[in-house]
Structure formats: structure tokens, C-alpha cells
Design a protein around this ligand. Sequence first.
Ligand SMILES: Cc1cc2nc3c(=O)[nH]c(=O)nc-3n(C[C@H](O)[C@H](O)[C@H](O)COP(=O)(O)O)c2cc1C
Length: 182
Amino acid sequence: MGKWLVIYSSVTGNTKCVAEAMAEKMQDVDVFSVDKVPEDFSMYEVVVIGYWLRRGAPDERTQTFLPKIHDQAVALFETHGAQPYSEHTITAFARAAYLLGEGCNILGTFACQGKINPALIAMRQKGGADDPHANTEENAARWALAAEHPNAVDLAAAAEFAGCLYQKLEIWKKYHEKIQRS
Ligand SMILES: Cc1cc2nc3c(=O)[nH]c(=O)nc-3n(C[C@H](O)[C@H](O)[C@H](O)COP(=O)(O)O)c2cc1C
């Protein structure tokens, strides 16, 4: 079993917290923030990439990082303020996958809500009626729901997801051609 790499991008700590919960379940792993990534990824068997959603897509630092990964087994995870399993969060995975370099095999994806920066909420509370993020009852309920996350249940689910990745990798190796490393 080779070494794994977890890369996360996090401003207020939600995604970092999920990354750490995942890494605890991994056997031999390096964990780096996206602004301290190693030059060479070729020695890693799996690269797990976590980011926060900004404007329905991975945050900018992750957008810059994703194209650097190619010919790797990859897993993606995201934290977000939107409703869990919503179209918004699923589309964001598609956007992340589109940005990955060529030849990547996506072993799996994981998402959970993360509390939204209070400064952003304060700004949105001032938004006008035509602002889709304005302080409507629906948005306020969503912000309140997100404020509870990531919670213990999310972190347990993240750890379980990390554990399942080993099995997913073995299944991939068994039924598909091995990824050709350059
Ligand atoms: C500027 C900004 C834009 C955001 N845009 C979105 C978004 O488009 N969709 C979403 O679901 N959450 C959005 N969020 C919420 C964050 O993705 C969420 O709080 C995330 O867990 C923050 O992760 P971090 O604590 O690791 O930085 C946004 C937050 C900020 C600050």
C-alpha cells in the first residue's frame, strides 16, 4: 500500500477539520494546505483534494491547483453552505472534475455543510431584494443549519468515506487498467 496525500483549502477551518478526520483513517498519509503543496505528486498512490465552495465552484486556490494533478487516483471532497446533496453541490463536483489534469481516476466524492463566515452573512443581510443571497427566511434557515457543521456526524461520515477509499482503490485496480504514470 502506497503513501496517500490529502490537500485541503480552508479559510475558516471547516474543510481543514474534515481533511484531518479523513487523514486519521488513512494508513500512510501526508496532509498539506493547498498553499504548501509538494512539487511532485508522482510518489502518492492517491491524492485526496478538499475545498470550500465559492460561487458554486471550488475556491480559487483549488482551481489553480487542480490542473496540476494528472494520471492519479483522486478523491474529491467539499464543504459548502448550501443544502446537502443539492444540485448546487453536485454541480460543483463536476466543475472540480473538469479542472483536473488528464488521466485522473476519481475514486469517490464526499460533501458536507460548513458554517458560513459570519462576516459574509452580515454582508448578505444587507443585500437588496434582487440579491439571491439576501436575508430571506429561507436563506436565514439555511445559514442557521450550516452553522452547526461540520459536526460529529459529518466527521464520522468523512472518516468512513476515507476508509472506504481503500476498498474503492482495490476494486478499481481489479477491474480497470492501472493508471499509467508518466
Ligand atoms: C465568499 C464566500 C462565497 C461562498 N460561496 C458559496 C457557494 O457558492 N455555495 C455554497 O454552498 N457555499 C458557499 N460559501 C460557504 C462556504 O463554502 C462554507 O462556509 C465552507 O464550509 C467554508 O470552508 P472553510 O471553513 O474551510 O473555509 C461561501 C463562503 C464565502 C466566504
